[in-house]
Design a protein around this ligand. Structure first.
Ligand code: NAD
Length: 499
């Protein structure tokens, strides 16, 4: 471990200024590639959260944010997008230092992220209420939208600023203020963009960042009476706890949770494309992706050949330094996750799955740190095994055979999650039948892992509640108000009955 003098020190960002933790506690952030700590962030408590929420409440009631036109609000969002674009490379390096994902992936992501700010910035002044052609002749009725209030945004470590943008861009476009609690493993980039938010012109208190642990700072945010809405990205276990706790106060909640997504390969597909899609579905980002295609459901007629091609290609993947452009597989993001993945490898073996590739920690070849796991492929997996039912969030692919379309649908849906799915086929009618039959929030045909700020993102079943991205996402952060105006001009004949 580096000595604390060498660590970069980050502070909370509250009310437009850097703030030390009230309790004076800190968390070290470890670079998973080197295994050494490189920064420390505050271990926030309820006291820090309270300061941030109060600042966010003031910003919505007293500050310039409350009276700013939606058009001007949109301009601030778009400027913020510009600043993220200008800083994309620097921010990507910070994220790789925190979560070990490939720089090539994170840099691409960071260059794409400004789109969320430009898109929702453009939408800020296009939220329109409507005049209702009301069925009462002496009434005039219209609707208007108002910001829901202070939003508590809680995010995961795998794509930190992407998740921040998915939530905060529509929330701020709607006129809400935000208290963001990023993952304790990857807080630095969120604090870095807090400075950019100020530079972009967000008034003090509109965008606050409080760092800390989930059960401490995260729970305090969920419990705070000043928070109107919780927008969460993370595991289904934490999501269920947050939903239950927020429910006690009847807070609005949206949840982006885990998955166990099927990537379904029919014998009539373009095999080259499907092999590439199967690999990027699970081994891109080392499987640390909510939408990972962790169950490869392959038609039995091509299963053996397909498996062989996968094993050959994945077996030669270059493991190493995530900063290097030639690296294909980097380290697992953090120690608990690394241990969890190894545990699941043992569970799969014990349950009778056949390990066709990998299946252990990767060492040697000049690898630094101790966070590497060989990309792993299990065959002879049945859909009732734990490896096929539970989210691992690591580079573990389970291959499951099927006979016909009905069998594929049954396997695809026989799981508690419903986030994403892939279908590989040359038969357009089949692809349409499959997209209807699969219970998942996102279905890709002859592609996998495509994401856009314009397309709704989110899941069914245990994968979550609500959708991010797309033009409806802003309504997750708005309240509808119905306004009634009487044109009667005289008292009703009977004040004791409903009009
Ligand atoms: P996690 O649930 O452990 O933590 C996510 C965030 O919630 C962190 O900021 C954490 O500090 C906080 N948290 C944890 N417990 C909390 C509590 N009781 N109250 C309040 N906050 C709490 O998840 P993770 O390990 O950071 O991320 C991996 C998980 O996230 C996987 O399950 C993955 O599928 C999911 N994920 C989902 C999406 C999506 O959009 N659907 C995207 C990325 C990751």
């Amino acid at each position: 471990m580096a000595s604390s003098q060498e660590l970069e020190i980050y502070r909370h960002f509250i009310d437009g200024a850097w703030a030390d933790p009230v309790d004076g506690e800190w968390i070290e952030s470890v670079n998973p590639y080197t295994g050494t700590a490189w920064s420390k962030v505050p271990r926030g408590t309820a006291a820090d959260v309270d300061r941030a929420v109060r600042a966010a409440q003031r910003a919505m009631s007293e500050g310039p944010w409350a009276t700013m036109t939606a058009t001007d609000r949109g301009k601030v969002l778009r400027r913020f997008g510009d600043l993220i674009e200008q800083n994309a490379e620097r921010l990507a390096r910070i994220e790789v230092r925190d979560n070990g994902k490939l720089f090539t992936e994170m840099h691409g992501q960071l260059r794409y992220i400004p789109n969320w700010w430009w898109y929702f910035g453009g939408m800020a002044d296009k939220v329109e209420g409507g005049v209702v052609p009301i069925d009462k002749p002496d009434m005039f009725g219209f609707t208007q939208y108002e910001p829901a209030g202070v939003v508590g945004a809680i995010t995961a470590w795998n794509s930190p600023l992407l998740f921040v943008s998915l939530k905060c861009a529509p929330a701020l476009a709607a006129g809400c203020s935000v208290v963001l609690k990023p993952s304790e493993f990857t807080s630095a980039s969120s604090l870095e963009i807090a400075a950019l938010a100020k530079e972009a012109g967000f008034p003090d208190g509109v965008f606050n960042v409080v760092t800390g642990l989930g059960p401490e700072a995260g729970a305090a945010l969920v419990e705070h009476p000043g928070v109107a809405k919780i927008s969460f990205t993370g595991s289904d276990a934490a999501g269920a706890q947050i939903y239950a706790r927020a429910g006690q106060d009847l807070k609005r909640v949206s949840l982006e949770l885990g998955g166990k997504s099927p990537n379904i390969v029919f014998e009539d597909c373009n095999l080259d494309a499907a092999v590439a899609g199967a690999i990027s579905g699970i081994f891109a980002a080392n499987g640390q992706s909510c939408i990972a295609g962790s169950r490869l459901v392959v038609q039995n007629s091509i299963r053996e050949e397909f498996t062989q091609r996968l094993v050959e290609r994945v077996g030669s993947a270059r493991i190493g330094d995530p900063m290097l452009p030639e690296t294909e597989v980097g380290p697992i993001a953090n120690k608990p996750q690394y241990e969890k993945v190894l545990r699941y490898i043992e569970i799969a073996k014990a349950d009778g799955a056949h390990c066709a590739l990998g299946g252990k920690a990767a060492t040697g070849h000049g690898l630094q740190g101790d966070h590497f796991i060989e990309p792993t492929i299990f065959t002879d997996v049945t859909n009732d095994m734990r490896i096929a039912q539970e989210e691992v969030f690591g580079p573990i692919l389970s291959i499951i055979g099927f006979d016909d379309e009905a069998d594929a649908v049954r396997i695809a849906n026989d799981v508690s999650f419903g986030l994403a799915a892939g279908v590989w086929t040359s038969d357009i009618a089949r692809s349409l039948r499959m997209t209807r039959a699969i219970k998942a929030g996102m279905v890709w045909v002859n592609t996998y892992r495509a994401v856009s700020f314009m397309m709704p993102f989110g899941g069914m079943k245990r994968s979550g509640i609500g959708r991010e991205c797309g033009k409806d996402a802003i309504y997750e952060f708005l309240e509808t108000k119905a306004v009634w105006i009487s044109m009667a001009g005289e008292a009703p004949a009977n004040a004791f009955v409903m009009r």
